[in-house]
Design a protein around this ligand. Structure first.
Ligand code: SF4
Length: 321
């Protein structure tokens, strides 16, 4: 049980993000609401999985959690302090990302030592010797052999490259890691190794994770809490064990029943819901999920359901009591 006086490691208070986008050279700009009215808390040491199809707003949310994109509404708090009052450089000492593609996120012209030590150089931490020692320590922690220290990314396997990206994220000793689809570019056999590594590091370094994924199966053994997003909205939230054993929202059930492809941009197979994700520029009336929902009633076409809170479960559906 957490001490009530300890603030959450990370908190979103009613955050939203709208982009003004153009569809064609002479077209007027239109608002696209990528994220709306999201309230979430992650306590220290917990793993919160944020799941949903490509286009549901989870990557926009990840960028906001990292301080890379300001919300248009609401606020984000780090250890109880609003992120707007903290410089980007200071946020980076507390929150670090691990992105999807280890192939494009590593500079091909830098050695592994140069890549992993870069955050130390940017933040002016340690002497050259101390930095070298710290690189070796974190290479050891993520399971990279010391002999790779002078290698280049193209000499490494996909799994090894993702270990480099993880070591680079950890080296300035942040307490929160935002993992954005960290295994979806990897072979299935390698995915399990990376997930196990993240689990071990979490215990060893007392880390807190926000884990973004399009695939509930990937987060099943890692997450303590699950937030399901649909067209920018939070539509179900609860303890991971409860979500997996007893999903309440029809969309969460569809996600659990679907066999997803490794490519998150392909979304849910149409066989699951019969229709593809609606255009976020003109979202449906009423419940955003109604065109794809097998349980939709007339009311669902007209009225946006309230997010019902039963203590440890939040569900945005008219049928949920
Ligand atoms: Fe389906 Fe209606 Fe619930 Fe939306 S509110 S998820 S359309 S039953």
């Amino acid at each position: 049980m957490m001490d009530k006086m300890v603030p959450p490691a990370l908190e979103c208070r009613n955050i939203g993000r709208t982009f003004m986008i153009k569809r064609g050279m002479f077209a007027a700009k239109q608002p696209l609401t990528a994220v709306q009215e999201i309230n979430l808390k992650i306590n220290r040491g917990d793993v919160l999985a944020i799941v949903g199809e490509s286009g549901c707003g989870k990557t926009t949310l990840a960028k906001m959690l990292l301080g890379l994109l300001p919300p248009t509404t609401g606020e984000i708090l780090l250890d109880g302090e609003t992120i707007h009052s903290i410089s980007i450089k200071e946020i980076a000492t507390k929150v670090q990302p691990v992105f999807q593609d280890p192939y494009s996120s590593l500079n091909p012209r830098k050695t592994i030592e140069q890549i992993i030590s870069l955050p130390l150089i940017v933040h002016k931490i340690g002497t050259q010797e101390e930095r070298r020692e710290r690189v070796e320590k974190y290479m050891r922690l993520v399971g990279l052999p010391k002999r790779l220290v002078h290698s280049y990314p193209n000499q490494l396997s996909g799994g090894q490259r993702q270990r480099v990206a993880i070591a680079r994220a950890l080296i300035i000793e942040p307490k929160i890691i935002v993992c954005d689809e960290p295994t979806s570019a990897l072979d299935v056999s390698v995915q399990a190794h990376i997930l196990n590594l993240l689990q071990d590091l979490r215990k060893e370094l007392d880390l807190t994770y926000a884990f973004i994924s399009h695939d509930l199966a990937v987060v099943e053994h890692l997450a303590d809490w699950v937030a399901v997003m649909y067209l920018g909205r939070l539509i179900e939230f609860g303890k991971a064990a409860d979500i997996f054993s007893n999903p309440q929202h029809p969309y969460t059930r569809a996600l659990l029943n679907s066999v997803l492809t490794p490519d998150p941009s392909l979304g849910l197979p149409e066989i699951t819901l019969g229709k593809s994700l609606p255009n976020p520029l003109s979202p449906p009336s009423g419940c955003y999920f109604h065109p794809r929902c097998p349980d939709a009633t007339d009311d669902c076409h007209q009225t946006v359901p309230a997010l019902k809170d039963t203590g440890e479960r939040l569900v945005e559906c008219h049928l949920y009591q």
